[in-house]
Structures are given as C-alpha cells and as structure tokens.
Design a protein around this ligand. Sequence first.
Ligand code: UT7
Length: 345
Amino acid sequence: MTIPARAAITAVHGYVPPDVLTNAELAVMVDTSDAWITERTGIRERHILKGEGLGTSHMAAEAVRGLLQKTGTAPGEIDLLICATTTPDMQFPSTANLICDMVGIRDIGSFDVQAACSGFLYSLTIASQFIANGTARKVIVVGADKMSSIIDYTDRATCVLFGDGAGAVLLEPSADGTGIMDSLIRSDGAGWIHLHQKAGGSRMPASAKSVDQRLHYVHQEGAAVYKHAIARMAEVAGQIMTRNNLRGNMIDWLVPHQANKRIIESTAERMGLPMERVMVTINKYGNTTNATIPLCLWDYEAKLKPGNKLLLAAFGGGFTWAGVYVQWAYDGAKAVKFNGNGKAS
Ligand code: UT7
C-alpha cells in the first residue's frame, strides 16, 4: 500500500499595492473617525489597487512571480494552480487561468475557488489532496482580492473594513513529515443573507437599475456576521485541537483571518493563546478577504521555524469557515535572508 504524501508549505510570498488609504482619509469621505475604526476593528490603514484595467490577477501574478523567483522555480515545474478569490477579474475565465498566462505557466490545471473569506483554507485543503494522491508535486495556492472593486465608498459600515492584496504559497510533498497535518472545511448556506453581493450574478444580472440601486457592492450585516464569526472561528480551532491532541500551550502560532481585531482576540482567548503567538496584520492591510492568511505568513515568515505548530482559521460569507493545522517545514529567517521577502523597505 502506498502511503499518501503530506503537503508541505515550502515558500510564501505576498503583494500589496503601493497606494495606502488611511482612516483619516476615510473620515473625509464618510461619517467616521480614526478612533471608531481603530477601537472597533483594529484597522489603521489598507492598501488599494489603482490603475486602469488592473484586477485581482495583477496582484496575484505579482505574488506568484515573487514565489517562483524566491524558490528558483521555473513556471514549467508547476503542476497545478488554485486561486481563491471573491473578486475575480471576470465572471469567466477563471482568475487562475489569467494568472497562469501572466506568469508563463501553461498546460496545467488551474481553477478558482469561491468560499469568500475561507477560500484560501478551502484551497489549501483541496491542493493538499492532489499532493497526497501523487498527481501533483508542485502546487501554487494564491489568495487574492481587489475588495475595493466591490466596496461602496459611501457606506461607512463596510468601506472602512476592506483592503486589496494577494498572498501565495508553494506546496510540495513533505520531505520530513511536516506540512498540512489536518484540515476542516465547513459551510452553512443559510448565512448568505447576512453577507453577499446582490447583483452581477445570474440571479440579478447587471442592469441600469441594479447600478442605480448600488447593488453591486458588499452587503454586510456586521453585528450578525460578528456573532457567527466569533462562535465558528473558536469552534473550528477547538475541533482541530481536539482531533490532534493539541493544547493552547502547544501551538506556536494562530494564523486567523483578519476581519476584526476583536474577533481575533476572542478566538485566541478561547484557545488559551497569548496575543504574542497570534499573527496580526489587520492594522496595516485591513480585511483582504482571501489574502489575509497568506499575507500573515509572508509578514511573519522570518519568525517561523521548522516544526512550529500553526493553526490557521477563517470565517466568511456563505457562511463558510475552516481550520488547517500546519507543521512548518522550513527556516523562515533563512528564506528571508537569502532571498529577501520582496517587501519595499
Ligand atoms: O471577513 C468576512 C467576515 N466579516 C466579519 O467577520 C465582520 C464581522 N463584523 C464586524 O467586524 C463588526 O460588526 C463591524 C466592525 C462591521 C461593526 O462593528 P459593531 O461594533 O458590530 O458595530 P455595529 O454594526 O453594531 O454598529 C454600531 C454603531 C452603529 O450606530 P448606532 O446605530 O449604534 O447609532 C453604526 O451605525 O456604529 C455605527 N457605525 C459606525 N460609526 C462610525 C458603523 N460603522 C461605523 C463607522 N464609523 N465606520
């Protein structure tokens, strides 16, 4: 009997666009304040992709190019590319197809995964199956969103929350047993009512009326989503911990979806983890939907050591939620030292 291979994350790279939108700037656009946004969400600024004709694929391709460069991988070596996104460039083809074309990857399987803010963890879970059954050896998973393309900048309840960005990881068969140890993906479609984009799909195609009524933007009932997010993030983290005999003091890093600092703190508290062991980037990137978790890994890469136990957890529209337990495969400090992390200094 062949033993299934375990998928290890062997590299990470990210991209955020250069333009920054601060809380102070938002306070000029809508009735809000730096104090409200910081206290209620933890966000201080977010990056926004500007430029005619640039979509989610532009940021994702930047992250993927950096990943290939950093690891000395030729585009022809990649067996599969999955893009987790809620803001695809177009309804079709998939953004994954476009990214492959932009970075010179040809003749492989590539597709998008739509699971809102949990999409990156759904995609990691799917990708790891291809490695486990031996049909792929090098897989790229990229989480990317241009949230600014579906945000109503006259709606203070949503426009302060979101930002744009992309993060990509390379998955390969584990050499030493580290890698993705376990994962759980969950959904409850009844939650759609609290978080969705009404128009632009097949149920309500774009029309002059749908544009007039501003139905192409994110609709979020914040308080309802908050309640579910708090419960489900902790629940899925707890389930993964129980299944793997993990206690809070055994986990080196919680890598939570970055939607609200208070949700992150509550999840950490329920897991028995101090905030020093929680990755937090929401202050500078806001909620980048599918990019939050890979951007956290990119930001904290230099601190990650082989064998570190990471618990990744997300919650989002759908509702969807997911947890992934990873044993880290490489010395992040060395990767950053030899290859740089690609961040502008
Ligand atoms: O990533 C996908 C999943 N999404 C999430 O997990 C988001 C979950 N939800 C949240 O993070 C929070 O609910 C929000 C940050 C969106 C909102 O915070 P909240 O503490 O739940 O506020 P609220 O919606 O209950 O509103 C409280 C008050 C309201 O005023 P009144 O009715 O009490 O007078 C809002 O109108 O805060 C007001 N408000 C604002 N005030 C200043 C809402 N947005 C703003 C704002 N600036 N930007």
